[in-house]
Ligand binder design. Sequence first.
Ligand SMILES: Nc1nc2c(c(=O)[nH]1)N[C@H]1C(S)=C(S)[C@@H](COP(=O)(O)O)O[C@H]1N2
Ligand SMILES: [Mo]
Length: 474
Amino acid sequence: MEPALPVFSQAEVSKHGSLEAGVWVTFRGGVYDIGEFVAMHPGGTRSCWRREGPWSPSGRLCELEMDPEDQARQRAVEPSDPYSGDPQRHPVLRVNSAKPFNAEPPPSLLGDSYITPSAIFFKRNHLPVPRVDPASYRLRVEGLPRPLSLSLADLKGRFPKHTVTATLQCAGNRRSEMNAVKQVKGLNWGIAAIGNATWSGALLRDVLREGGWGPEAAAVAGGGARHVQFEGLDADASGTTYGASIPLNKALSEEGDVLLAYQMNGEDLPADHGYPLRVVVPGTVGARNVKWLGKVIVSREESASHWQQNDYKGFSPGTDWDTVDFKSAPAIQELPVQSAITQPADGAVLERDADGEVTVRGYAWSGGGREVVRVDVSLDGGKTWQVARLREGDGEGEEQGEAPPPPPPPGRAWAWKLWEVGAPLPPGEQQVEIVCKAVDNSYNMQPDSVAPIWNLRGVLSNAWHRVRVTVRED
Ligand SMILES: Nc1nc2c(c(=O)[nH]1)N[C@H]1C(S)=C(S)[C@@H](COP(=O)(O)O)O[C@H]1N2
Ligand SMILES: [Mo]
């Protein structure tokens, strides 16, 4: 079994090495600093890795461990700071905002593994991370003939455990490209406010049925219930909690796969990702995947929260903050087709490989369970194109110690596809603009440029992704 270790050219090593904390790679769900290992093998690392393995004494590869003393020290400072209880985070993350904590991984790491390790999965918090005692925790379910109050043991014991591999993407992923066109309001996300994980928990559908949802209940509710609201346990100083809602039909659908998830990547949810329980709404914008879930309410109305009503909506490029009417646009639910290049990085200096080619890698995904069926890549700014190889299911997953995922059932393609292409280039040093665009099974395609889809909140940024690199002779 061969680990999926990227091959570093010298140029790339110095690029990766410029990260403050070493040279990071993902391997079988872990995130490792191989800085010393790379320094000892300047010719590139793949063959050495193959020969010596990831834990060789000479490689001295070690997984990052949080120093418990550091952690305690961090908690001891400023007890009045509402963020003092926030968990420790991985140093490789690029922090967009410290309080509340918002961060994304370096793109090359993201593109390394089909399943994004939880430690580097983007974190998007609007408020301090709440500390929830799992023993006294109860999920309240309202708006049903039989309101429920469920402990964690109830959720794990009374409902079948369901596992889904699903990609989660923030509405603001790639916002920085909109900012480059014209200033928007919001965190300046790069291309990595997206990740793919396995989520396990009870189906929301099963829980709603336990509460008596059914045709007769629909009548009891006056036939008017249309939405399911979610309330988080994270609150601001005034006690306002995070909240959002989704359409009831998505929650009830046998094919919707909406989860009340207590596990991420086979372990308890990490604190940043909603411990002990979060909603996972596959195919739907990150904002509706409410973390630290306290309450579920079946209702006639959408959530009244700020984030459902006055945020996470799309507008015309011609709409500005003086003219915007948030009531005029629907809340974002399913996201449009998306793709981006995770390797090489914008501005990188590259060398051709032994075949005279340059390797380009990235991710592609679409909302609503629509499957990505093709990714086109151009090395000349979009004049000529070639089709990338979709890495899903071809054994690439096995390199990560995972079984290759089976093809998704129609309409339930919740997970992204990683893709790769080796592109030949004519000799000589040159500047190259690499472009990618994805196509989903409804033949939706990404728009070619940012300006026509620019919007004041910088959401839904899904234009062709472009990186500019310099290709050098050896
Ligand atoms: N309770 C709560 N749920 C939340 C949020 C939050 O701040 N509080 N942020 C939302 C947003 S905008 C996104 S993109 C996702 C991010 O999930 P992650 O941090 O697990 O990546 O969580 C969503 N759920
Ligand atoms: Mo988000």
